[in-house]
Design a protein around this ligand. Structure first.
Ligand SMILES: Cc1cc2nc3c(=O)[nH]c(=O)nc-3n(C[C@H](O)[C@H](O)[C@H](O)COP(=O)(O)OP(=O)(O)OC[C@H]3O[C@@H](n4cnc5c(N)ncnc54)[C@H](O)[C@@H]3O)c2cc1C
Length: 495
């Protein structure tokens, strides 16, 4: 793929945007739990064609916007290089990571994904093309685009910096049975920056594990946990949480497997939601056969679609009342209060704890903290992915998280179900800066407003309560989740 071919693709899209006057969106389903019905009435830009790596050097990798994390890892790691702060799954795209928000377990050193972007190209709402947006060229757009979730422009190319790496990592697990000892160890490790990667887990109220990974050079083949790439069998081992549940002290992984450790297992999700036992296979088969064909998009039995359908029973509107997938941002200094709130509202465990350096800049809008309220430069992503074990309404839970996060100068992830109050939202983020940017770069008339986009589901949820999918979820999914919850310990521990 050459830059000339890339430019032709960009030109084609630019022309189609100029001709069509509807609102613009990408054609991606992506990674979010919002209702995407709004896309049906908008001009869908096929960003999937931007799937080529344009150039690699020792310092950078230059990619079209739909190049995935998996493609990057497999290109750079054999050359001893990696992109810092990539999210831990192989199918996120660089356009999505820049337009949305992404972090990884080395973000505590390198900041969010967007902090490691050198420059990028966009197509604006009027069809104009802006190239090489950087700290020095259109810097307002460079800093402002992170976290705008596709409401500013279509990203077509992203160039990212590379850092050195080795092919293997040794992972160590540090177990703690009180918040106090966990916090002391965690804050010390973050401050010292002696580990290449850090994340932590709250296994239950007083059970914590810090996971540190470090590059190693000399490795005996028999010591490596998994060696086969893309093997379905590895998903159970790949989930670091499985190692924690088994109280492992350490293990060795190929770097690529470490970086994509949650791709296959969706954190610990597949342990809980993907059927492993015969009964569960039969159960999922039943659900599969009942799901309307058009939802599965295609005829005949297909293993991939079977799993997709099985997962869909926990991917429904009604599922919010039973399953949570949400990330709240909190300052490291207030982590204890955040964990107490999550425990009180959800009793959901495990929780993912991922630290990221904030790198505040005044032109950032949705990708940094509110400095007046949060002096702490270390932001923690508290990931709550699992079955809700309280009877509190999901709406009340999410609103409590949104309020807590805002009060602490940070925010809850926009990709999950959001209930942000309009006043509260724009009291936290600068509407003036956002509107000015949208006006300047011709986004106002052509891209949905961010508040509308991330809270869109609130209205459609009301409309969609009676869909076949919702009925199926309530009928089967609830019972299924109950079964999983009952067997959670066994499912996770049995590797
Ligand atoms: C189950 C789950 C697990 C997750 N795990 C992690 C994790 O481990 N680490 C982490 O950092 N994040 C995680 N996330 C959040 C995820 O990183 C972000 O939602 C990210 O933006 C998704 O990237 P994507 O390529 O799938 O983008 P999409 O979901 O397709 O897009 C994200 C946003 O960016 C916009 N966008 C996408 N492509 C373009 C483009 N070319 N031009 C303009 N706008 C565009 C879209 O409109 C959308 O609003 C998770 C989300 C889910 C649902």
């Amino acid at each position: 793929m050459t830059y000339t071919e890339y430019k032709d693709k960009v030109k084609k899209i630019s022309n189609s945007i100029k001709k069509d006057k509807r609102l613009i969106t990408t054609n991606r389903k992506g990674h979010n739990h919002r209702d995407l019905n709004f896309k049906t009435e908008q001009q869908k830009i096929d960003t999937s064609k931007f799937n080529c790596i344009l150039g690699v050097s020792d310092e950078f990798i230059d990619c079209e916007a739909s190049v995935s994390v998996g493609q990057i890892n497999r290109t750079t790691i054999p050359n001893g290089k990696m992109v810092p702060s990539l999210p831990e799954g192989d199918n996120f795209t660089v356009g999505g990571c820049l337009g949305g928000l992404a972090l990884g377990s080395n973000s505590y050193i390198h900041g969010f994904f967007n902090n490691n972007v050198i420059d990028f190209d966009v197509i604006l709402g009027n069809g104009d093309i802006i190239t090489n947006v950087s700290k020095n060229k259109h810097s307002d757009l460079y800093y402002g685009i992170g976290g705008t979730y596709g409401t500013l422009a279509i990203i077509t190319r992203v160039k990212m910096k590379l850092i050195n790496c080795d092919t293997y990592v040794k992972i160590k697990y540090f177990h703690h049975n009180s918040f106090k000892s966990f916090y002391l160890d965690f804050t010390t490790k973050i401050k010292e920056q002696n580990n290449d990667f850090i994340e932590a887990f709250v296994n239950s109220k007083n059970d914590f594990t810090i996971v540190c990974a470090n590059f190693i050079k000399d490795v005996k083949k028999e010591d490596i946990l998994v060696i086969k790439d893309k093997s379905i069998l590895k998903q159970r081992h790949m989930c670091i949480y499985a190692q924690i549940a088994n109280k492992k002290e350490s293990n060795i992984l190929r770097l690529v497997d470490y970086l994509e450790r949650y791709s296959y297992s969706a954190f610990w999700g597949h342990y809980l939601y993907t059927p492993y036992k015969l009964r569960d296979y039969m159960y999922a088969g039943l659900v599969y056969s009942l799901i309307p064909r058009k939802m599965i998009q295609g005829d005949g039995l297909n293993v991939g679609k079977y799993f997709l359908a099985a997962n869909k029973i926990v991917g429904d509107y009604a599922r919010d009342e039973h399953v949570l997938t949400t990330d709240i941002g909190v300052p490291l200094s207030n982590l204890e209060n955040a964990l107490n709130l999550v425990d009180k509202m959800t009793k959901t465990y495990p929780l993912w704890i991922c630290p990221s350096k904030d790198n505040y800049h005044s032109d950032k809008i949705f990708s940094t903290r509110k400095k007046e309220l949060c002096e702490d430069n270390m932001i923690i992503d508290v990931g709550i992915y699992g079955i809700k074990n309280t009877t509190i309404d999901s709406k009340i839970i999410n609103e409590a998280f949104e309020k807590f996060s805002f009060e602490n100068g940070v925010f809850k992830g926009f990709f999950s179900t959001c209930y942000f109050d309009y006043e509260q939202f724009w009291n936290h983020f600068s509407k003036e800066k956002y509107d000015k940017l949208r006006e300047k770069y011709y986004a106002k008339e052509r891209f949905m407003d961010i508040y509308e986009k991330i809270t869109y589901r609130n209205d459609s949820r009301k409309r969609s309560k009676k869909t076949m999918r919702s009925k199926l979820f309530t009928f089967f999914g609830k019972q299924y989740l109950k079964q999983i919850n009952k067997n959670k310990e066994k499912l996770i521990k049995k590797i």
